[in-house]
Design a protein around this ligand. Structure first.
Ligand code: SAM
Ligand code: FES
Length: 360
């Protein structure tokens, strides 16, 4: 494509309710430096216009690595018998959350593997306790559950829920998730939105068998889903999984997907994921922030458990003291001329009305 053609295609993708797969694929094929520059500038401009220059901080507590699922890429999958499993107690979770609030951060993400015997009332009590004593938004990320469980936690005060579709293609999903149901995952996303959660989804880039067409389908899925949050991570191979020998997801492709997610979703919150802080041992998050992302999600799992939450190897900051995080992030974000935003960072979908085509 020529530079002006790229601009035309980007404007078309931006302005429509139903981006064409061919347009999205054409953007995903870009390798020329000038054309990439146009893409990232366009996405960055959409980001600046709709969500501003602040970079929101969300803190994650990974409270359990017990999982019933079979995701072929994930180190927590139930077949990994070399992983030492753990589950934090209610007291440990509340102590971690207390430390997060003491650090001035107002969003807490409670994440775990998908536990078969997760006690919904136990989690409800934790949500209630956090909401009654602390001014914090609570995000849950505990996988596919029954609608009644989602309702219970929503009524207890949970604000947000993250459930990545991982891939929007049912066939590819089936290949990577034996015994799991793509339809059920979609049902969960529908239930969460209907129950009033600020809902996040996302995908993985570089999965075995994934094509540009699949990725373009993910971009369409993000548009149709009108999600409050979208998370895009490169796949990182884990040695105790069936995909151990597969190459990691490509950084450039992840940047392009982030830029496209920003262009179609406009005001969604999009993190520079921890996986991007861990790819090939380098911290690539500044590049993602420059391609449309506006959130960082550092880890606040107690240090003694952190290394057991091994979704993929060499995860960033596993051995660091979490108290050092704000200074490190302020430096990274400040160097880009942006600033760390300690607000709750609620969804903008319900408050901002922006006209299609208002961005030049
Ligand atoms: N059980 C919850 C769920 O399914 O949403 C949350 C835990 S799950 C481990 C969190 C995310 O880790 C997944 O949505 C997936 O995208 C990501 N993940 C798993 N394995 C990965 C890998 N090898 N490389 C990059 N990200 C991975
Ligand atoms: Fe646990 Fe995928 S292996 S949710």
């Amino acid at each position: 494509m020529t530079g002006s053609h790229v601009q035309t295609v980007l404007e078309r993708i931006y302005a429509t309710e139903a981006p064409e797969l061919a347009d999205v694929e054409a953007v995903l094929r870009i390798t020329d430096g000038d054309e990439l520059g146009r893409l990232f500038d366009f996405a960055n401009e959409v980001r600046r216009w709709f969500v501003g220059d602040g970079v929101l901080l969300r803190r994650i507590v990974e409270f359990s690595n017990v999982c019933r699922n079979t995701c072929q890429y994930c180190g927590l999958n139930r077949g990994n018998d070399r992983l030492q499993r753990y589950r934090l107690t209610k007291e440990e979770i509340l102590a971690a959350v207390g430390n997060i609030r003491a650090a001035g951060i107002k969003t807490v993400v409670l994440q775990s593997g998908e536990e078969d015997d997760l006690d919904a009332d136990w989690l409800r009590e934790i949500v209630e306790e956090i909401k009654s004593s602390r001014d914090a938004a609570v995000t849950l990320c505990v996988g596919e559950r029954r609608r009644e469980e989602y309702r219970l936690w929503k009524e207890a005060g949970a604000d947000r829920y993250l459930l990545k579709i991982e891939t929007s293609d049912p066939g590819l999903y089936g290949q990577l998730h034996a015994g799991m149901s793509f339809e059920n995952r979609r049902r969960c996303l529908r239930d969460l939105a209907e129950l009033g959660y600020q809902t996040g989804s996302g995908d993985l880039v570089g999965l075995k068998g994934q094509t540009l067409r699949h990725l373009a389908g993910d971009v369409q899925f993000f548009k149709q889903g009108n999600f409050d949050m979208i998370s895009i991570s490169p796949f990182i191979p884990h040695p105790q999984t069936p995909l151990a020998e597969e190459p990691a997801g490509d950084l450039l492709m992840t940047l392009k997907m982030t830029a496209l997610a920003r262009i179609v979703s406009r005001d969604a919150h999009i993190p520079a994921t921890t996986a991007l802080g861990s790819l090939h041992g380098r911290d690539e998050r500044p590049k993602v922030l420059a391609a449309g992302a506006n959130v960082i999600m550092p880890n606040f799992t107690p240090a003694s458990y952190r290394r057991h939450y091994e979704i993929y190897p060499n995860k960033r900051c596993v051995n660091e003291d979490a108290r050092a995080c704000p200074a490190c992030l302020e430096q990274m974000v400040g160097a880009m001329g942006r600033w760390v935003d300690y607000a709750r960072g609620d969804s903008l979908k319900r408050s901002l009305k922006c006209e299609v085509g208002s961005l030049k």
